[in-house]
Write a protein that binds this ligand. Sequence first.
Ligand SMILES: [Zn+2]
Length: 89
Amino acid sequence: MTTPKRTQNQNRNQNRNDPRQKQCTFCAPNGENKTLYIDYKDFAAMKPFTDYFGNIRARYYSGVCLRHQKMLKMAIEKARFMGMLAYRK
Ligand SMILES: [Zn+2]
């Protein structure tokens, strides 16, 4: 009697199309042409991931994967040090 319940749950998980699930913008959909390096001079690439006050947006909001969030953090901190991004507005 327990097996039908389990299959129902599995189907529900497989067919789930959760709108809250976000995809990393630096990763291509099929895993091809992944961004390997985020340039600290590329202002346009980093700007959408900072908020009004200049803080780096959390992964929870931006949907960036851990690997690219770490790259982004390094790039933004470098850009701040070089004076191209604001530490604080
Ligand atoms: Zn990614």
